[in-house]
Design a binder for this molecule. Structure first.
Ligand SMILES: CC(C)(COP(=O)(O)OP(=O)(O)OC[C@H]1O[C@@H](n2cnc3c(N)ncnc32)[C@H](O)[C@@H]1OP(=O)(O)O)[C@@H](O)C(=O)NCCC(=O)NCCS
Length: 169
């Protein structure tokens, strides 16, 4: 999967060496409050391995590297999800809480959206978000997605935001 670059971020494939900084993100209970719990380091190792297995297909979550420091501060990418019908390409993101509300998730998500519509060749993307997760919903909106439907998925209601590529049928 190619690296993507934005003004402040490099989005690149993760390697097993990224586990400690990613654990600072995904091991944080506040960041993971929409999940059953924060991840252990072993679960982060598995998470990274799952992304590495996806990269050859052109999908997967990439590491978010802050260009000013070289630090990994989160992840963002596109992953196929079965929600309530045929699999859809979901744009997802996690940002370390020390780096929130600076537009970084939006910057990354916009780059992934553009990648999905151009290089990857998909004509529709979604973001699947718990209704209470207002920051994530806001990122989806700033990424151009609009609320399409609410579904009961993985035990909870989820908003499905969607965006079709311009000119797609
Ligand atoms: C969702 C998340 C990735 C956003 O990262 P971020 O880098 O802070 O996002 P941005 O700065 O690009 O945008 C955040 C927006 O949410 C808004 N926001 C923040 N807290 C909010 C709140 N409590 N209520 C409403 N809006 C809120 C910000 O004001 C900003 O919108 P604005 O630019 O219109 O002011 C980050 O909060 C996170 O990692 N959350 C935990 C993991 C998660 O929920 N991931 C998504 C799963 S679906």
């Amino acid at each position: 999967m190619p690296a993507l670059e934005t003004p402040r971020l490099l989005l690149r494939e993760m390697t097993p060496h990224d586990a400690p900084p990613l654990h600072a993100v995904l091991g944080d209970e506040e960041t993971m409050r929409w999940y059953p719990r924060g991840f252990t380091l072993a679960e982060v190792d598995e998470w990274i391995a799952r992304q590495i297995s996806r990269y050859p297909s052109g999908a997967g979550l990439l590491g978010l590297i802050l260009k000013s420091t070289g630090q990994l501060i989160g992840d963002c990418g596109a992953v196929w999800q079965e929600i309530d019908g045929p699999a859809e390409l979901e744009i997802g993101y996690h940002v370390h809480r020390h780096h929130r509300n600076q537009g970084l998730a939006t910057e990354a998500a916009c780059a992934v959206r553009d990648y999905a519509f151009t290089t990857y060749g998909c004509d529709h993307v979604v973001s699947i978000i718990r209704p209470e997760n207002l920051p994530s919903r806001r990122v989806a909106e700033k990424n151009g997605l609009t609320l399409d439907r609410v579904v009961f998925w993985r035990g909870y209601d989820h908003c499905v935001y969607g965006l079709a590529k311009a000119g797609a049928p």
